[in-house]
Design a protein around this ligand. Sequence first.
Ligand SMILES: [Zn+2]
Length: 171
Amino acid sequence: MAILQVTRHGDPLLTARMEPIGDVTDEIRTLLDDMIDTMRNGETPGVGLAAPQVGRALPIIVAEPPPDHEGTEAVYNGAVVLMNPEIVYATGNTIIEEGCLSCPGVTAEVERPSHIVIKGLDRDGNAVKLEVEGALARIFQHEVDHLHGKFFFDHLNPIKRQLVKARIRRT
Ligand SMILES: [Zn+2]
């Protein structure tokens, strides 16, 4: 495992859309391991990470499930790893403060669905479908946004968004 460099807001890959993966190769599995290591042991540890944040144009996300997470699908080394993730159902509404490893030190309250169903491929390339709520649902939505070139502040109204972007530019 290796700790990768996390890119900052402004890196062009962070506003790009990722194309789906065909086969899960050994190279991709190594990247997954490194992403988990980076999420846990990087300069700023976090609870989720998307491949474009470590400079790789691939639709891969990793997330740290909360301690009470009971599902074992797509769990590898204690983390949930998904390739080609797609949110196929979302309901409910909740406001939670979010931050991002690519915008260190800046947070904002973001409104998003509270329950989601997400499908994708696990580390072995098997199709999985997870129904999640709470913190993990929030992390998944944040990380899937990164695969579509979006940041958490893109969900804010224009005035709040400009304030958050101004704070990011100052960091
Ligand atoms: Zn982020």
